[in-house]
Design a protein around this ligand. Structure first.
Ligand code: PGA
Length: 263
């Protein structure tokens, strides 16, 4: 795992945007694995300028999002489909038909999960998967104790995840308690993975993911099995890392010479 510690949340955002833009420049038909949440909000806001700066083409990409709430239709303002349309598709000029998410209001959510897993495979798999991390170590909505070999399926959200999501809903009783999420094995199948973590609230989960045992109790620790996983974090999220000296020796200031040119 490559650990890049950058000084600020802005530096993490810019670096991630540049990686994404360069991926699209190298391979305009990339299949991206996309995520939602506050961390991704900042990244998507930075993307139009970065795509222009890097001279990348974004119109030909396809994407698969990690997850969607069970019970919400795609036009619900808190659905992730709506989030992706307003934060990514429309501002970047990507045809929404190229951006796949599970259908949260499918009549048979289990069948929808299986269909989604198959659609990712039919698209040739994911080239670059973006990930945030929950305070409890979840990736996607793979909550602690998710099978490390799981595929896309329905998960019940933990109380802490429901509480963290409540900020987006008017009434607590409106917050969905189940989601269709890519599984951990689905995520590990991506050819490259980029996890973003910023802020002190993520420090413990990040340390468990990178330096703790491989454990279903820390779903993000599954990335230890991935041959090409990069973690981008700010100083606050890096605060609980015991081997920080080592990461900063290998990548001073979060620089990554293998990436080709300054970030
Ligand atoms: P956040 O969510 O970016 O809003 O912190 C990340 C996550 O829970 O996966």
């Amino acid at each position: 795992m490559k650990i890049l510690i950058l000084p600020t949340v802005e530096a993490v955002t810019k670096h991630a945007a540049r990686r994404l833009a360069r991926q699209l420049k190298r391979k305009p038909h990339s299949v991206l694995g996309l995520a939602t949440g506050g961390t991704m909000d900042r990244l998507y806001a930075a993307l139009p300028a970065m795509v222009a700066e890097e001279g990348a083409q974004i119109e030909q990409m396809r994407s698969f999002n990690l997850d969607e709430y069970v019970g919400l239709s795609g036009d619900h303002p808190q659905s992730y489909r709506h989030y992706m349309a307003t934060r990514f598709g429309v501002p970047l000029g990507v045809d929404l038909a190229r951006m796949a998410l599970p259908c949260g209001d499918a009549p048979d959510p289990a069948a929808e999960a299986a269909r989604y897993e198959a659609a990712i495979a039919e698209a040739g798999g994911i080239d670059l998967q973006l990930l945030g991390i929950g305070q409890n170590g979840h990736i996607g909505f793979n909550e602690p104790t998710s099978s490390l070999r799981s595929r896309t399926r329905i998960k019940t959200l933990t109380r802490s995840t429901v509480a963290a999501n409540a900020r987006y809903f008017d009434r607590p009783e409106d917050v969905p308690t189940r989601a269709i999420t890519m599984g951990i094995a689905t995520i590990l199948d991506a050819r490259e993975v980029l996890l973003l973590a910023t802020g002190a609230a993520k420090a413990e989960a990040l340390a468990a993911a990178i330096e703790g045992p491989l454990a279903a109790a820390s779903p993000a620790s599954a990335l230890q099995l991935h041959p090409k996983a990069t973690v981008l974090c700010d100083e606050d999220a890096a605060a609980a890392l015991r081997l920080r000296d080592y990461y900063e020796t290998v990548h001073p200031g979060g620089r990554d010479p293998s990436f080709g040119g300054p970030l």
